[in-house]
Write a protein that binds this ligand. Sequence first.
Ligand code: HEC
Ligand code: HEC
Ligand code: HEC
Ligand code: HEC
Length: 216
Amino acid sequence: MKTMRMFLVLIFATFFFLGFAATSFAVIANTPHDLSSDFSGSTDEICIFCHTPHNAKATPTDYNPLWNMDTPLSAGYIPYASSTFMDGGTTISDPLVGPSRLCMSCHDGTIAIDNAVNGTSTDYIQVFNPSTTALLGTDLSNDHPIGFDYVAAQALDLELYPAGTAYAGGLISDFLFGDVMTCASCHDVHEENGVGGMFLLVDNNASALCLSCHIK
Ligand code: HEC
Ligand code: HEC
Ligand code: HEC
Ligand code: HEC
């Protein structure tokens, strides 16, 4: 009886540990953002392609989580525009404000993705994967708008949920930079969240991501 109980405790402990281990691995490792095995020889670290514990870059200045990459300026970027966007009239002054500029360290195709570890490399995202669809370029006019004030937009557009609405395990406002909508309002750079890739904050099955903000 006693051995049986010990056995059950052991089984439980094993499953608990495995479950725990599985959760702690369900993050950036082995996602498309884990570049550690792509540039073997230079490093086997994961975070180093984006962050460094010491001697981080001096730019960007608006949001710099110990950034290890060069970053683009907003100059030359074409922002989204349309006649109905925020009731028209509003132009986005800096489309890359906040975390979006960090994404463009790789996704505009002008800075090598191993810039942080291999210095003067020319491994731009389109060289790294010639058939990549993850090259956004610097023309953002054909991409979902970013770099504008969500709260101001919501005040003008009755078909948007208020920033205090539940979203991705928190509130929409938790995923704004100040009040500004960015790439990180839809994407979690660190986790695929088990929803078919794309680093989305919400599984977009039946457009659930879109319908978290848009009342349509
Ligand atoms: C592909 C680039 C990339 C890699 C690799 C990466 N990060 Fe990040 N990290 C970012 C970006 C971009 C942000 C800002 C976006 C945001 O806050 O949503 C960020 C923000 C952070 C932050 C501050 C905000 C927060 O989420 O708490 C921490 C802490 C962090 N990263 C830790 C790590 C650690 C630890 C690793 C390695 C296991 C890592 N990151 C790997 C790109 C990366
Ligand atoms: C985190 C909130 C959020 C999510 C998620 C989101 N949007 Fe938006 N979207 C906005 C805001 C805010 C605007 C600007 C609102 C406005 O123009 O009145 C906008 C603008 C748009 C526009 C342009 C409107 C115009 O008048 O030019 C379209 C189209 C759109 N979104 C479609 C989508 C689709 C499709 C998805 C899902 C893939 C999506 N959105 C996900 C918040 C969001
Ligand atoms: C250090 C460079 C780097 C940074 C910084 C970076 N990415 Fe990526 N990202 C990549 C690479 C490399 C891929 C894989 C491209 C390929 O193989 O086609 C990728 C792929 C993706 C994909 C496609 C994932 C899939 O499942 O196919 C998304 C979405 C994405 N990144 C979003 C972001 C967002 C949003 C940010 C900023 C918050 C960001 N990335 C920052 C390098 C980066
Ligand atoms: C309104 C939400 C939203 C915003 C804002 C947004 N994305 Fe996305 N992104 C998505 C969705 C949804 C997908 C998946 C599309 C699909 O499955 O075809 C996606 C796909 C991607 C991909 C993969 C493209 C592909 O087809 O392989 C990359 C890379 C990416 N996003 C980067 C970014 C970057 C960088 C920013 C900021 C400049 C950004 N996204 C802003 C919703 C968004």
